[in-house]
Write a protein that binds this ligand. Structure first.
Ligand code: PEP
Ligand code: MG
Length: 584
């Protein structure tokens, strides 16, 4: 039994067997039960046959169109395919070590590479490129058209705990989370979209365990606590028993909040607060309803682009999904954000290349450039709107002008599609998640029907801290006075223009930060469904007048540390309230 400690970023406790995505989500590793060996051998044979067929086709095409000499490259690759050290060796590894075909092939390739490197032979060195080419093709053919991790999880007996260096949101969106009960990542952050998704599904996540994907062996039994950040590898029977009880307690603690369901949220002094839910996967709508959300404050539609099939974002598919959401929630409002695909998402179709996304080719900017896709989404939204109460939210808006251009474009799209009448009643709002937008909220508000603050990005861009980079975790500080001052400007600007205003970033799910936000003037929040009862309870301990005084002092503070100290009595009051309840 070995223990590790990382950072717990999504609450819950789970016990399950490790599946390891060693370097990326394509390098998946798992130990097989005896019954799984034949299936993996067959997968390897099929991959070899498919690869052979493809290489023969390429070779004959090149021979016809370019020449026999050039075609010989592929003849050499065909020979490599039959090298006993490649496919046959991987087959031996599957049988003798009972490991999945992907892992076995990866090992055989590595061994072959080592042989090439050891020989130091010039001819062999030149073949390294061919080896990489043929082995890459073989690996892709093991699971044609499917993401390896997604495919593997579908085949395994749950419960499974995924251990990855980093798990891209585009892959996370396709996983069967009824099988994946926990996630351990070397790289990640509380506002990484994968973590946000897991949290909303109630799956515990531990991040910052560097080297975990090498240290944890596929198939090992793991116990993980997404609050404390503890990970136990191969727990003894007794420890396992304790962890099972712990998992039970964690579930019961969540259920204990249920007694407020059906009641609206108010502060201690009776100020009404609206609590809505964030949603990533449309099929999870039941969680939103069960949590007692008053609406959907943020549907991150870009998760549709990760649906794992090419039609995920087709206009008809989108229309059906939006209709489903609107009718399930009706008459409560549903805020659908247009695609916000940035570099950190890694979504294939929308990946616009490297670091550029993070520096601004995302959200509405990308929407206006990817004309057709934006048009299709707007049409789908308007067509679906009759099914309920729709609000359209535009992400990554940086100026009032940009908002004006986007609105104009939406009006044009509707007119061209003969949908102007339907568009008429739909509010169009702006996300405020860039300092430039926050600083000009009043001007922006004149071109927006409502505003929603994305604190995850606002903090990232204000403090120059990449929110997905765990090395900067200590610098990602929601209580930084700079952030609080911007938030105050936003609240003042929205009030001056009488625009509805909410916060949909992760700040809205933290009880202490909500106390600050209430003090700054915010009265509407959207968060992961499981946080709604928690925030509802915390609000009962917050007096809005005291919160206002607190916020006034916080924006004048010279450091985040001072804000932390200001909040100690608030934290104590919340704690006393919670323990008092338990005692009752
Ligand atoms: C935000 O930036 O706070 C937000 C809600 O959007 P996302 O997390 O999807 O970037
Ligand atoms: Mg954002």
């Amino acid at each position: 039994m070995t223990k590790y400690n990382g950072r717990g970023v999504a609450a819950g406790v789970a016990v399950g067997r490790a599946v390891v995505a060693a370097r990326d989500a394509h390098d998946v590793r798992y130990r097989l039960a005896a019954s799984g060996v034949e299936r993996e051998r067959q997968r390897l044979r099929s991959a070899r046959d498919r690869t052979r067929q493809q290489l023969e086709e390429i070779s004959s095409r090149v021979s016809r169109t370019v020449g026999a000499a050039q075609a010989s490259i592929f003849a050499a690759q065909l020979l490599m395919l039959d090298d006993p050290l490649l496919v046959s060796r991987a087959d031996v590894l599957i049988r003798t070590e009972r490991i999945n075909a992907d892992w076995a092939l990866q090992r055989a390739i590595q061994e072959l590479h080592d042989v090439f490197a050891r020989e130091g032979d010039a001819w062999l060195s030149e073949r390294v490129g061919d080896l990489a080419d043929v082995s890459g093709r073989l690996q892709r053919n093991l699971r044609p058209d499917r993401d390896p991790l997604v495919d593997l999880i579908d085949e395994l007996d749950p419960p499974v705990i995924v251990v990855a260096r980093e798990l891209p949101a585009s892959v996370a969106a396709q996983l069967d989370w009824t099988r994946v009960r926990g996630l351990i990542c070397e790289v990640g952050s509380p506002t990484h979209h994968t973590v946000i998704l897991a949290r909303s599904l109630g799956v515990p996540v531990v991040i910052g365990l560097s080297g975990a994907s090498q240290a944890i062996t596929p198939g090992q039994l793991l116990a993980i606590d997404g609050t404390s950040g503890e990970v136990v590898v191969e727990p003894t029977d007794e420890t396992q028993e304790r962890w099972m009880q712990r998992a039970e307690l964690a579930r019961a603690a969540l259920a204990a909040f249920d007694d407020l369901s059906g009641k609206v949220a108010v502060t201690a002094d009776g100020e009404r607060v609206i609590l809505e839910a964030n949603l990533e996967i449309a099929d999870e709508i039941a969680r939103v309803i069960d949590a007692g959300a008053e609406g959907i404050g943020l549907y991150r539609s870009e998760f549709l682009l990760d649906a794992g099939h090419p039609d995920g974002a087709a206009e008809e598919v989108q229309t059906a999904v939006y209709r489903g959401l609107l009718s399930a929630m009706a008459p409560r409002p549903v805020t659908i954000r247009t695609f916000d695909a940035g570099e950190e998402r890694g979504t294939g179709a929308w990946r616009t290349g490297g670091h550029r996304d993070r520096f601004g080719l995302r959200g509405i900017r990308a929407g206006l450039q990817h004309d057709d896709r934006f048009r299709a989404q707007i049409r789908a939204l308007i067509r679906a709107s009759a099914s309920g109460t729709l609000r359209i939210l535009l992400p990554f808006v940086t100026s009032s002008d940009e908002m004006r251009v986007a609105r104009h474009m939406i009006v044009e799209i509707a007119r061209e599609a003969g949908l102007s009448d339907q568009l008429a009643g739909i509010p169009i709002g702006a996300m405020i998640e860039v300092p430039a937008a926050a600083l000009t909220t009043d001007a922006l508000a004149r071109n927006a029907d409502f505003l929603s603050v994305g604190t995850n990005d606002l903090i990232q861009y204000t403090l120059a801290v990449d929110r997905t980079d765990e090395r900067l975790a200590g610098h990602y500080e929601p209580m930084a006075p700079a952030v609080l001052r911007l938030l105050r400007l936003v609240a003042v600007g929205a009030r001056a223009e009488k625009r509805p205003l909410s916060v949909c970033g992760e700040m809205a799910a933290d009880p202490l930060l909500v106390a600050l936000l209430v003090g700054l003037g915010f009265r509407q929040f959207s968060m992961t469904p499981s946080s709604i009862p928690v925030i509802k309870r915390a609000l009962l301990t917050i007096d809005s007048r005291a919160a206002r005084l607190l916020a006034r002092r916080a924006v004048r503070a010279s450091s985040a540390q001072m804000v932390h100290e200001l909040l100690i009595p608030v934290a104590d009051a919340m704690h006393a309230h919670a323990t008092g309840l338990k005692g009752n």
